[in-house]
Design a binder for this molecule. Structure first.
Ligand SMILES: Nc1ncnc2c1ncn2[C@@H]1O[C@H](COP(=O)(O)OP(=O)(O)OP(=O)(O)O)[C@@H](O)[C@H]1O
Ligand SMILES: [Mg+2]
Length: 335
């Protein structure tokens, strides 16, 4: 029996959709090994591996198999995916036969595509349909991508931001920039280190972003967190402010606004008219920060639609295609 799956292999999170069951897995794109990564002795994957980050003894190695939206460590990626698939697909005598729709970055080079082919083949995918993440996100966000009208999708993930103009089931213009939530985490960490002389862990940074992250300069909320006082070399509690997050992250969101603007500048008039009517659709985990809609509207003066389920748009798009063979056929026919 062949299982059908949609797989979003993101820099921060991997999600799997199964028709009839919806999203059956969503876990951080992380793997932990006993010893070095070349030991191939898996200690944990996903959430469990992420929880070990920053707390591991030297005998455990944590690997993030993707960097900037691309597979950076094929062996670790294969080990991690195989473990994820085992959680959702029951292997038969000859192993699972999987037909998968897989999201890929726009403009993937031939060599990189071969790495994807190889990784997915080795984890039991006998048929892999690769579709650009931006197109999948547009479908997941419910944009009518198969009509002659153009739409603009911006997916702000962990490793990169993809901007694409879609029409008639294909990407007709766009760009990717290597700005994403992971880079913002580092910026926030550096900011807190510089301002408060405190070192905070990766999990705390993520909690700060999701609890009080905001791009409003008058946001008065704050959050009590713990870190290490660098001078005293001792644990310390302190109150981080929403405006700290704003100061640290604003330059990155402004770079994204600039990149969108540069795409808008070169659009033919008909396409520009469609987009000014329909607005800019925004997905990806890093779009969930409060106030992004106001910021982008202020810079671009177009309606901004930030989607619910922002971080699942890609995998939901893949899922919709598995459930709509006519649309899938149209999209495959375009390439
Ligand atoms: N409320 C929030 N505010 C800001 N950032 C957030 C929030 N929630 C999640 N994020 C960030 O979103 C990013 C993950 O988004 P997503 O799952 O879309 O990325 P990905 O698909 O794994 O990465 P990519 O598409 O770049 O390869 C992480 O960097 C995470 O910290
Ligand atoms: Mg993504």
């Amino acid at each position: 029996m062949t299982e059908e799956l949609a797989i979003s292999l993101g820099t921060s999170n991997t999600s799997i959709f199964m028709p009839g069951n919806g999203i059956v897995l969503s876990e951080p794109t992380v793997i932990a090994y006993h010893g070095g990564a070349d030991s191939h002795r898996i200690k944990a994957v996903g959430k469990e591996a992420a929880a070990m980050e920053g707390r591991t003894p030297d005998s455990i190695t944590i690997v993030h198999p993707l960097e900037d939206g691309l597979i950076a460590n094929a062996d670790a990626c294969r080990d991690m995916l195989a473990a994820f698939l085992l959680k959702v697909v029951r292997p038969g005598i000859f192993g699972p036969r999987i037909r998968a729709i897989v999201g890929i970055p726009v403009g993937l080079a031939m060599e990189e595509r071969r790495i994807y082919d190889d990784v997915f083949a080795k984890v039991g995918c006998s048929q892999v349909i690769m579709i650009e993440n931006a197109l999948l996100a547009a479908i997941g966000a419910g944009m009518p991508i198969h009509t002659h009208k153009s739409g603009l999708i911006v997916d702000i993930g962990g490793g990169m931001t993809e901007i694409a103009v879609v029409s008639l089931g294909a990407i007709i213009n766009g760009c990717s920039i290597n700005v994403g939530g992971d880079m913002m985490d580092k910026a926030l960490r550096d900011f807190i280190m510089g301002k408060y002389s405190l070192n905070v862990g990766a999990e705390t940074i993520k909690r700060i972003k999701s609890r009080i992250g905001s791009l409003y300069s008058n946001d008065m909320t704050g959050l009590l967190v713990s870190g290490t006082d660098i001078a005293a070399r001792a644990p310390a509690n302190f109150r981080v402010k929403a405006t700290d997050v704003m100061e640290a992250l604003m330059p990155y969101y402004l770079r994204i606004a600039d990149a969108i603007d540069s795409i808008l500048q070169v659009l033919p008039p008909e396409t520009a008219a469609d987009i000014s009517e329909d607005g800019i659709h925004v997905t990806g985990g890093a779009s969930k920060i409060l106030g992004l809609d106001k910021l982008l509207f202020g810079k671009l003066n177009l309606p901004i639609i930030i989607h619910d389920d922002a971080e699942y748009a890609t995998v939901l798009g893949g899922g919709k295609l598995l459930e709509n063979s006519v649309l899938l056929g149209e999209i495959i026919g375009k390439r």
